[in-house]
Design a protein. Structure first.
Length: 494
């Protein structure tokens, strides 16, 4: 019997964060959540900021608990949401809390950047990244144009997981997967593109050394050791982008799979050796994000459970009902009565999501959903059909036959939508793990410790540690007809 090995994972989302202990023993892995905390936006002076110091303090609190419980951890790894960054001065101090990607300072700046700096098609040809106005490139452009004093005085610009690792170790790096979300990284050279970096008034050297997941950044400083009661524990650059860590945790048996990371956003894609950058991927706004071991995550962002969660807050007639009761009621409703395109701009951030669905249905001459059950059914039907549309595009791009779709993340618990997705896409669905991001974070730490050799050994351990739920396609003719209706509605609205 081998001795269990413990790893400390920090998993930070845009609304909350957690610290987790992952234990690997006898070829199996288990998780224990240590702490959970809010990640609150700070609104002041007309801007929205993340509180990087509060997040750092929560990491320290988690490490103190580890010391108190006398858990011997092998290392520490941090993953977060993408694109946001911290400015660090020449004296090593953080200059200001980082702006949040939801801050409105980038509104209109993307098109302005294309006019003044580098054309849209050139940016895509360099990076292969989908266009979103909050990508780091456009944030930096907006800050530069505004004369942002933190940026003007920055010696280093560190993405959020790298900034927290810097606060723990004093070492500044630029982890590959998080850097790829910036729309400044060239997946061919595996480095930031100097032309794009310089277009926003910066130099490549300000971003630190590029490192791959499973690289040791350093050990925690004497200051952190004293605060926590721990020794010189290593800090590992895991896949710093949470989706990168989540995809690393897909328990696939071979390369012939697609994945759907299901949560507020749904991210559907394939894992490839090389980036896919061509006119078709440009037109469909697919993205090429950095994966582990030099792979590329070729994917598309889909508006996932965001619509459902926003509606749930408005459903006065469903107050006190849990997800299971809401979804069960939805299954009693007529299928495909009303359909929406979840990625229509009207659903991005409306004042009322229920009103947005009503408006969409009115404009497309459809019945308006009445009450929470019909609305919920509309959302789930529409998501499954949107998944089919993106899945069809993925099959077009892939140079292999996709024989299974892995659904990971919190949304994998929704068995109705899992079955709908199998029906709609006509492919076997394997649901789980729910905690993909934390699992990927921990397994990359295990790789850095020499406990696993490569991504496939990681995935074998994950598969052996979980019980996945399997969903086979059903009702093909019904779903084929629904898809034709969906395409007609989308084209009518478009």
């Amino acid at each position: 019997m081998e001795q269990p090995k413990h790893f400390f994972a920090v998993d930070l989302g845009a609304t909350s964060g957690r610290t987790i202990i992952g234990t690997i023993e006898n070829g199996k892995m288990s998780l224990e959540e240590l702490t959970r905390f809010d990640n609150n936006l700070i609104e002041t002076g007309g801007h929205f900021y993340w509180d990087i110091f509060a997040l750092y303090n929560e990491v320290i609190n988690g490490l103190r608990l580890v010391a108190k419980r006398q858990i011997e951890i092998q290392s520490i790894g941090i993953d977060t949401w993408g694109v946001d960054f911290v400015c660090v001065g020449s004296d090593g101090a953080i200059l200001r809390n980082p702006l949040a990607y939801r801050d409105p300072h980038t509104v209109g700046k993307m098109e302005e950047y294309f006019e003044k700096k580098v054309a849209r098609d050139e940016v895509y040809n360099i990076t292969g990244i989908q266009f979103m106005n909050f990508n780091s490139l456009f944030q930096l452009y907006a800050m530069d144009e505004a004369g942002n004093t933190a940026l003007r005085n920055a010696d280093k610009v560190l993405f959020v997981p790298d900034a927290l690792s810097y606060m723990l170790t004093g070492n500044a790096v630029c982890e590959y997967t998080i850097a790829s979300t910036s729309q400044m990284l060239d997946p061919r050279t595996k480095d930031l593109d100097s032309r794009l970096v310089e277009s926003v008034g910066l130099k490549r050297g300000q971003f630190g050394e590029m490192v791959n997941p499973a690289t040791v950044i350093g050990t925690i400083t004497e200051e952190v050791q004293k605060m926590t009661g721990l020794g010189a524990v290593p800090v590992i650059a895991v896949a710093g982008h949470d989706t990168g860590s989540a995809v690393a945790a897909v328990p696939a048996a071979n390369e012939k799979f697609a994945y759907l990371s299901s949560g507020t956003w749904s991210l559907m894609g394939i894992e490839t050796q090389d980036a896919i950058i061509n006119a078709r991927s440009f037109d469909l706004n697919f993205t090429n994000e950095g994966g582990i071991e030099g792979t590329t995550r070729f994917l598309k962002n889909i508006c996932g459970m965001w619509i459902y969660e926003r509606c749930r807050k408005e459903w006065k007639d469903a107050e006190g009902l849990g997800h299971a009761e809401l979804q069960s009621a939805a299954m009693e409703c007529e299928p495909f009565r009303s359909l929406i395109n979840p990625d229509d701009p009207i659903f991005a951030n409306p004042t009322s999501m229920v009103d947005a669905i009503t408006t969409y249905c009115e404009k497309t001459n459809q019945p308006i959903p009445q009450g929470y059950a019909q609305t919920c059914r509309c959302i789930f039907d529409s998501l499954a059909l949107r998944y089919r549309q993106v899945f069809a595009w993925l099959k077009e791009f892939a140079d292999f036959d996709i024989n299974v779709l892995h659904i990971i993340g919190g949304g994998s618990k929704n068995e109705y939508l899992d079955q709908f997705t199998a029906n709609s896409c006509g492919v076997t669905v394997l649901a789980g793990p729910q905690e993909g991001t934390a699992i990927g974070n921990i397994m990359l730490q295990a790789k850095a410790a020499g406990m696993v050799g490569d991504i496939w050994e990681m995935r074998r351990i994950i598969a052996d540690s979980l019980e996945l739920k399997r969903f086979e396609p059903q009702d093909k003719e019904i779903w084929d007809a629904a898809y034709e209706k969906y395409l007609d509605i989308v084209n009518l609205k478009g």
